[in-house]
Design a protein around this ligand. Structure first.
Ligand SMILES: NC(=O)c1ccc[n+]([C@@H]2O[C@H](COP(=O)([O-])OP(=O)(O)OC[C@H]3O[C@@H](n4cnc5c(N)ncnc54)[C@H](O)[C@@H]3O)[C@@H](O)[C@H]2O)c1
Length: 254
């Protein structure tokens, strides 16, 4: 039986990159997928691809930084689809100011946990995977090491603080909801080829510089992150909770 047969999953940031790969991966393993994104058109495009696989998709336009929107979307999922088995708490941004970065990358993840965990506990269990980053495990190295660029210092600091916060939230919610069957884990991707890294890739030498940070000798693909996230959300990971798992081609092993 496919790992996610008859399971209801909710993916934030499903319109692009890692979230899109997660949504397609869950659908390919039998899940019904709610594709949530601030960009409704891109979520619809992902949903169309899911339906092309013969699976069921629903689209929710939402801003994860707005608590009431997250609460309403998760409640509506339960009302319309009957349950909530998997949450991929994934939406995020890079290269933004402190307020924007922490509102989306940290507050948004907290709102997902705050509203999904009680729903899952009440129905007897569920699994949540938060998208953190290598920036949740340590400081960002190049191209963020320039002390004389205040914009880069602010965006990198906000990103690192938010992603460390996501790792902390992962542990706290795993502990709080462990006995009621809700597992909470984080994935910590290295640099993955998605639009979020486009500004660095566009710089001269940017691709080579990012590649050199990964002992495996290349950047990651969204599907490689989605595979680990799907494992963590599946019953195969039934004794894994509170973990922050690098998916980084060896970046954090250096
Ligand atoms: N690509 C990488 O190198 C990398 C590395 C580590 C972690 N991450 C993390 O992975 C996650 C996904 O990033 P990606 O690389 O797929 O980027 P991406 O830009 O391809 O996708 C991000 C998606 O999130 C959506 N989004 C942004 N703000 C939102 C909001 N407030 N509410 C709802 N949706 C919103 C965007 O519309 C987009 O569809 C992010 O949390 C990011 O920080 C990415």
């Amino acid at each position: 039986m496919p790992a996610f047969e008859d399971r209801i999953s909710f993916v934030t940031g499903a319109g692009s990159g890692i979230g899109q790969a997660m949504a397609l991966r869950l659908a390919s393993e039998g899940a019904t997928v709610v594709c949530a994104d601030i960009n409704e058109q891109s979520a619809q495009a992902t949903a169309a691809r899911i339906e092309g696989l013969g699976a069921t998709a629903v689209v929710h336009a939402l801003d994860t930084a707005r608590e009431e929107e997250v609460a309403a979307a998760l409640a509506r999922t339960c009302r319309d689809l009957g349950r909530l088995d998997v949450l991929m708490n994934n939406a995020g941004v890079g290269n933004r100011d402190w307020e924007t970065t922490t509102a989306i990358n940290l507050d948004g993840v907290f709102f997902g946990l705050k509203y999904a965990c009680p729903i899952m506990a009440a129905q007897g269990g569920g699994a949540i995977v938060n998208t953190a980053s290598i920036a949740g495990l340590g400081a960002l190295m190049r191209p963020m090491e320039y002390h004389d660029d205040p914009v880069a210092v602010e965006s990198a600091s906000a990103y690192v603080a938010a992603k460390h916060g996501v790792v902390g939230l992962t542990k706290q919610f795993a502990v709080a909801f462990g006995k009621v069957g809700v597992r909470v884990n984080a994935i910590c991707p290295g640099y993955i080829k998605t639009p979020i890294i486009a500004p660095v890739m566009a710089r001269e030498g940017g691709a080579a510089m990012l590649t050199a940070l990964h002992p495996i000798g290349r950047l990651g693909k969204p599907e490689e992150v989605a595979a680990v996230a799907a494992f963590l959300a599946s019953d195969a990971a039934s004794f894994v909770t509170g973990a922050a798992v690098p998916v980084d081609g060896g970046y954090s092993a250096r």
